[in-house]
Design a protein around this ligand. Structure first.
Ligand SMILES: Nc1nc2c(ncn2[C@@H]2O[C@H](COP(=O)(O)OP(=O)(O)O)[C@@H](O)[C@H]2O)c(=O)[nH]1
Ligand SMILES: [Mg+2]
Ligand SMILES: [Zn+2]
Length: 388
């Protein structure tokens, strides 16, 4: 099925090309370049409503007003090699893409791709892996978007908004003191990680200010659930090497309140990163665009840190209470033993979760967090997370 469709698209390309340049030489080079576009076509088309979507795609391709648009794609693909790159940021129609050798290109997305992905508000988001055709030194066309291995998204009124693609983990930065640690905030981010099927790592900074044994019970609770916890002091360099190995070659979304030491940690991990992040934040403050789109900052040792203004308030969007217990790794097993299928685990009398709290098998503080989040899932925590 899919194969047949992709052939159809190919035929349309070919026809167009031939009418433009009758004696065009269809070299093997030409054919293999075109594969990229074909592959994307079949991937995007296969998502939903195959029949109608395909017709729409074809319709758009044919009706594309500059009508040489298709011939153009072929010619361009022919003229220069494509490069693979990482989308660092998307700004309206323009996206900033970094290629393997470090060069930055300002790119627009080929109309063909846009037409094929009308089900998403943004065709492209930060973190996407793409193929681009350079157009001069620093500009280009995105001709292919690779399939995403993961996303961080929020749903609002039943619509899913992808904020960043290809994320591996959430890095929750907190501080042991000044400001003091806020376990409920950690719980909220962990639930978001679960909701998005992402790993999470809890990083406790400013450990030079406290007696570390005071935090052991809290750390134990999280470690038991399988979350990694790293004790850090950006000042003393404690935990930095471990954090480097946790973030190496992975894409980490960093979240944390103002003043916990996110910038200091970035600087300790990778010199120069703090400057790059601050330059961006200054640019944003100038107010040209109060940005809500994510930005990816590559790490010199491999991997990237991602700043996501869109999740700074860390609300849990559109979570129904019955789903909340599934986002708590420690509550989940007790919840599935509950006698009521729709138990809130709050008001019911004979509840397996409440039993577990009562006899100490479930951490009472985690259960409190759960109750708060069920009762006000959309209520952002008082102190918002801020930028890197
Ligand atoms: N004692 C101590 N202070 C720190 C440490 N890391 C950062 N700070 C201080 O905490 C404050 C906030 O740090 P900053 O990196 O700007 O936090 P951000 O708002 O999360 O980016 C600054 O005054 C830092 O000097 C640390 O490991 N130990
Ligand atoms: Mg900062
Ligand atoms: Zn229950």
């Amino acid at each position: 099925m899919a194969r047949k469709k992709s052939n159809k698209v190919r035929i349309e390309f070919r026809k167009k090309h031939q009418s433009q340049a009758r004696d065009a030489d269809l070299t093997s080079d030409y054919a293999s370049d075109r594969e990229d576009i074909d592959t994307v076509a079949s991937q995007r088309v296969s998502g939903k409503g195959e029949q109608t979507r395909h017709r729409t795609v074809k319709g758009n391709l044919i009706a594309d007003e500059g009508s040489d648009a298709l011939g153009q794609i072929d010619l361009d693909v022919n003229a220069q090699r494509t490069l693979s790159g990482l989308v660092l940021k998307v700004h309206g129609v323009e996206s900033i893409v970094q290629v393997a050798d470090g060069r930055i290109f300002r790119c627009a997305v080929r109309r063909v791709l846009k037409n094929m992905a009308t089900d998403q508000r943004h065709v492209l988001v930060a973190g996407d892996q793409v193929m681009l055709q350079p157009e001069g030194e620093a500009q280009g066309w995105i001709v292919r978007i690779e399939p995403r291995r993961s996303t961080l998204s929020r749903t609002s009124k039943q619509r899913r908004h992808v904020m960043v693609a290809n994320v591996d983990q959430l890095l929750i930065v907190t501080s042991a003191a000044q400001p003091s640690i806020k376990p409920n905030l950690i719980d909220r981010v962990l639930a978001t990680a679960e909701q998005n099927h992402l790993d999470a790592c809890i990083c406790i900074n400013k450990c030079d200010l406290i007696d570390a044994s005071a935090l052991q019970p809290l750390i134990g609770t999280y470690a038991q659930m399988g979350y990694r916890v790293v004790m850090v002091s950006a000042f003393k360099g404690w935990g930095i090497e471990r954090l480097r190995s946790i973030t190496r070659n992975r894409s980490s979304v960093v979240v944390g309140q103002s003043g916990v030491g996110k910038s200091s940690i970035l600087n300790a991990l990778d010199t120069g990163l703090k400057q790059r992040v601050q330059a961006v934040s200054l640019e944003n403050q100038k107010g040209k665009h109060t940005t809500t789109t994510a930005e990816v900052f590559p790490l010199s040792y491999g991997g990237s840190m991602v700043d996501t203004p869109g999740v700074r308030q860390f609300q849990l969007w559109d979570i129904v209470p019955s789903e909340m217990s599934g986002l708590f790794r420690d509550i989940r097993p007790f919840a599935s033993n509950c006698r009521y299928p729709n138990c809130s685990h709050i008001h019911e009398n004979l509840c397996a979760v409440k039993d577990a709290v009562a006899d100490g098998r479930l951490d009472a503080r985690r259960y409190d967090s759960y109750c708060q989040m069920v009762e006000s899932p959309g209520d952002a925590v008082r102190e918002d997370f801020d930028e890197l």
